[in-house]
Write a protein that binds this ligand. Structure first.
Ligand code: BTN
Length: 229
């Protein structure tokens, strides 16, 4: 498994997208600090130096790229399962790929494509951060806050890389990830707002589309921002 680490960089996703041609399939780019960390919907992802995990995985092989929205599920499911098994936390996944613990966001995932040639999965996982200053749309938390002890970043990074690499390379069973999602579904039964309408979430279908129910029908949604009401 190929891995490059930067002490400081603008964004591991931006680097991975700019350099994908010379990076191996399923290689990892990580950083201790990002000066221009990016979140979903053009938001900023900021993280104090050396406290959290900030990394991107470069995917170039066509069959893996074609997993499409399942890549979100594989990434979020891998992070959540690790939090559960290593630290005994009770993670939930907010569709499509945020990981929550105790109603607070512990990890965010940003998938970006470069044409049809490459997909970059960027993951920010809060590990040792305990002070969260500034305005957060969603209250954040970290492994240290929830688990109560400092975590060795290098060891955790290796574990996540290994799990993600294996899950992506062997095309791990989608059904298993879907089942994991269904058992850790943060949105199930909640009232949400989506593109001008209000709905109740009734789960996901076999393609990992979110099912939004209103008085008249159930609508499957493949992408977009879901706001809790
Ligand atoms: C979100 O909005 O929840 C997604 C956040 C994704 C942040 C990670 S940190 C590593 C990678 N590089 C970036 O610039 N963003 C992603």
């Amino acid at each position: 498994m190929h891995h490059i680490h930067f002490d400081e960089i603008d964004s591991t996703n931006a680097y991975a997208k700019a350099h994908y041609a010379e990076l191996e399939d399923l290689s990892f780019v990580s950083a201790s600090f990002q000066s221009g960390g990016k979140g979903r919907e053009e938001r900023v992802w900021s993280s104090p130096k050396g406290e959290n995990l900030l990394f991107s995985c470069v995917i170039k092989s066509r069959p893996i790229i074609e997993e499409g929205s399942f890549l979100s599920l594989i990434a979020a499911g891998t992070v959540a399962a690790l939090l559960e098994e290593e630290y005994g936390l009770v993670p939930e996944i907010k569709w499509p790929n945020d990981v929550y613990v105790n109603d607070r966001k512990i990890a965010g995932i940003l998938l970006e494509g470069v044409g049809k040639e490459c997909v970059v999965i960027g993951i920010g996982l809060n590990v040792n951060q305990t002070a969260f200053e500034g305005d957060y749309r969603i209250a954040p938390t970290s492994i240290r806050v929830e688990f109560g002890r400092e975590v060795n970043l290098d060891r955790l990074r290796e574990k996540i890389f290994h799990r993600l690499y294996v899950a992506l390379r062997i095309h791990e069973d989608k059904e298993r990830f879907l089942l994991y999602y269904k058992n850790h579904d943060y949105l199930l039964g909640k009232k949400v707002h989506y593109e001008g309408g209000d709905y109740v979430v009734s789960g996901v279908d076999g393609n990992f589309s979110l099912l939004l129910r209103d008085k008249r029908k159930v609508t499957p949604v493949v992408s977009g921002e879901i706001q809790l009401l």
